[in-house]
Design a protein around this ligand. Structure first.
Ligand code: KG4
Ligand code: ZN
Length: 326
């Protein structure tokens, strides 16, 4: 059994996964405290991880009907993410491993999102193109096999897709994180009511889109529910098109006919529908495996050589912009 810990952002996560990829427990404790700040406050997130991590690991063991004696390998997210938040889970996991002289696997968060596809019962295997779109990252990857690092095909020049959803939601007076709320509002609107930019080049770019919405909100009457719904629908369509067109190009370029999704934005209904129309075999994980979780970290750990005790004790974490998929 692998015990994995994930604390790269604001979710405190622990999971127990078998060597066969079967999830025995996948505990996710979301910190709703950030809502009132309109975004994740790094130090607040780190302090909440400190308070929660021990209980979350204990709950994962309880749900799996296991004890530390059943754990053969400990894994944790090393980065990218918020350094203070990462340090809590990473250090906690190292200490758990060291206390029982267990091997330890430091896992890249993005490799984790990809590895969510390998978990039972789906076991969606490479080769495939992966679209990882969340509040923190947006990239297209070519995944050739399970052991070598994936190749980054497309990245974002500015905001992540989820960030674009969240900023749009904020301009429309919805809460944080606002992706799902914006999508609910959009469901009653006309996606062709307004023209929004989808970014010009090969890479993703959402900064212009957000600015375009800002200008629209200044000239329109936002107390009109119809207007708000049309704005949301048109804005959502622009994000979906930006993601789908580049995904289509990536599938053509790699000649792959298989596509795996990851990240919170993969929960978006119109995005899933649009991608399903690309003709590739589509794997969209269940919601709890799309958003940040520790089961995916365990899945990634299955494919890498763990470090024996005590070689990992001095390991540090890394921030955004580092790691094998930077
Ligand atoms: O993967 P995730 O839980 O955390 C990060 O690593 O960021 O992704 C959260 C992001 C947020 O930006 C949220 O607004 C977005 O995913 N999101 C959605 C939907 N559900 C969550 N965006 C669009 N449509 C949704 N249904
Ligand atoms: Zn993530």
């Amino acid at each position: 059994m692998i015990l994995a810990v994930e604390t790269s952002c604001d979710d405190t996560c622990a999971a127990l996964v078998g060597a066969d990829g079967v999830i025995a427990a996948n505990v996710i404790s979301s910190q709703e405290v950030h809502d009132r700040f309109g975004g994740v406050v790094p130090e607040v997130a780190a302090r909440h991880h400190v308070e929660l991590i021990d209980a979350v690991v204990a709950e994962a063991l309880r749900r799996a009907g296991a004890s530390m004696a059943d754990v053969e390998l400990v894994a944790a997210t090393r980065g990218p993410g918020l350094v203070g938040a990462l340090l809590v889970g990473f250090s906690h996991a190292k200490a758990l491993a060291a206390s029982r002289r267990l091997p330890f696997a430091p896992v890249d968060h993005l490799a984790g999102h990809v590895a969510a596809a390998y978990l039972a019962p789906a076991r969606f295997e490479p080769p495939f193109v992966a679209l990882i779109a969340s509040g923190g990252h947006t990239l297209l990857l070519e995944v050739r096999d399970r052991t070598s690092a994936a190749e980054v095909l497309v990245r974002t020049l500015d905001d992540a897709a989820g960030e674009a959803f969240d900023k749009g939601a904020r301009l429309l007076g919805l809460g944080y994180p606002g992706g799902a709320a914006l999508s609910r509002l959009a469901a009653g609107g006309d996606p062709r009511a307004f023209e929004f930019p989808t970014g010009r080049g090969e890479e993703f770019s959402f900064a212009g889109l957000k600015t375009a919405l800002l200008y629209r909100t200044r000239e329109l009457d936002l107390s009109d529910e119809r207007v708000r719904a049309d704005l949301a629908a048109s804005y959502e369509r622009a994000i979906v098109e930006a993601l789908a067109r580049r995904t289509e190009r990536a599938l053509e370029r790699t000649r792959l006919r298989r596509l795996a999704l990851g990240g919170g934005v993969a929960a978006n209904g119109p995005l899933r529908a649009r991608l399903a129309g690309l003709g590739a075999e589509l794997f969209a994980p269940p919601l709890e495996l799309c958003t940040d979780n520790a089961a995916m970290i365990a899945a990634a750990a299955l494919d890498q050589a763990p470090l024996p005790y005590p070689d990992y004790l001095g390991l540090d974490v890394y921030a955004t912009g580092e790691g094998p998929l930077r």
